[in-house]
Design a protein around this ligand. Structure first.
Ligand code: NAP
Length: 274
């Protein structure tokens, strides 16, 4: 793995910030002492990060000064305050901002920063901690170099897709909330497994590995779901019987409406917060 030349800071290292930090260290794209992570309650970071040699601080400006790639992972309500706090230490030509903050538009961030600092908007999911994120990335055309840097970073912790900025909010539903949707599907399969005779822990593991195999047929094998389904649905067979029962009970419809509902809610929440 070619190491990144720049130093990175993660401002607001909560759930997703921790997952990103852990993933980046595990991917070896950065050595621990070139990463700085912040939050106000630093004790919550010491156990995981300080032992690895990552710099842990509650001083956001110290983190910004120490790094050139500034990943902002605070909640949307905190974003403007953080930008106001650090903007004097952001330098054109040195820094790029990578915002993980859901709903925050590139233009709004640039407006607060008031300097020519490239801003890349990124939407990963928590599987980033095990280098299996699906990460959507967007930037203005003129910030292509910063976009490439972000793609290079996030390619080491899963798969990336560069998308247009107007799809970033819908992407929240599919990739960030999506983790919960698929976990619930696996839990449901585990419950079915228990009812047909397996111990709950075994049933979940069997369901999870089966889900992982199914996903890998598409991600690694480049196949399409229906092509793979056709291979296991013999006429009058067991699989088609189960599959059709699931469809009669609204399986596909539940997933589709769930994804659309989360995307619509995201759209409403982020418009309201603007
Ligand atoms: N969780 C996900 O799966 C996910 C996925 C994609 C995007 N996102 C987005 O990522 C952002 C963070 O989400 P999250 O789930 O990680 O939230 P979170 O766990 O609440 O993390 C936010 C962190 O910011 C810290 N913080 C608050 N004020 C701060 C300040 N003044 N200086 C430094 N740190 C400060 C908080 O710690 P202290 O209170 O100790 O300061 C907290 O740990 C959100 O905008 C979310 O929409 C989340």
């Amino acid at each position: 793995m070619e190491k990144l030349k720049q130093k990175i800071s993660i401002i607001g290292c909560g759930n997703i910030g921790k997952a990103i930090g852990k993933g980046l260290i595990e991917s070896k794209i950065i050595v621990p002492n070139r990463l700085t992570v912040t939050r106000r309650k630093t004790e919550a970071l010491k156990e995981l990060f300080a032992e690895m040699g990552v710099n842990v601080t509650s001083d956001n400006n110290e983190a910004v000064k120490k790094s050139s790639i500034v990943i902002i992972a605070v909640t949307p309500q905190k974003l403007n305050r953080i930008l106001e706090e650090i903007k004097d230490n952001l330098n054109t030509g040195k820094h790029i901002i990578i915002s993980i903050v859901t709903g925050a538009e590139i233009e709004d961030i640039k407006e607060i920063v008031e300097k020519d600092i490239p801003v890349v908007r990124v939407m990963p999911n928590t599987a980033i901690s095990i280098k299996e994120s699906m990460t959507c990335i967007s930037a203005d055309k003129k910030d292509e170099d910063a976009l490439k840097t972000a793609v290079k970073i996030f390619d080491t912790v899963g798969k990336t897709a560069v998308i247009s900025e107007d799809l970033m909010v819908p992407a929240t539903s599919l990739v960030a909330c999506g983790i919960a949707f698929f976990l619930r599907a696996i839990r449901a399969a585990g419950q079915g497994g228990t009812e047909i005779g397996f111990h709950a822990d075994d049933a979940i593991m069997m369901a999870a590995q089966t889900a992982k195999g199914a996903a890998s047929l598409l991600v690694d094998g480049g196949s399409h779901p229906e092509r793979e389904i056709d291979k296991v649905t013999t006429p009058q067979g067991l699989t088609i019987s189960g599959l059709n029962q699931m469809e009669h009970h609204g399986f596909s419809s539940a997933m589709i409406t769930g994804i659309v509902s989360s995307a619509q809610r995201a759209e409403t929440i982020f418009k309201k917060n603007k």
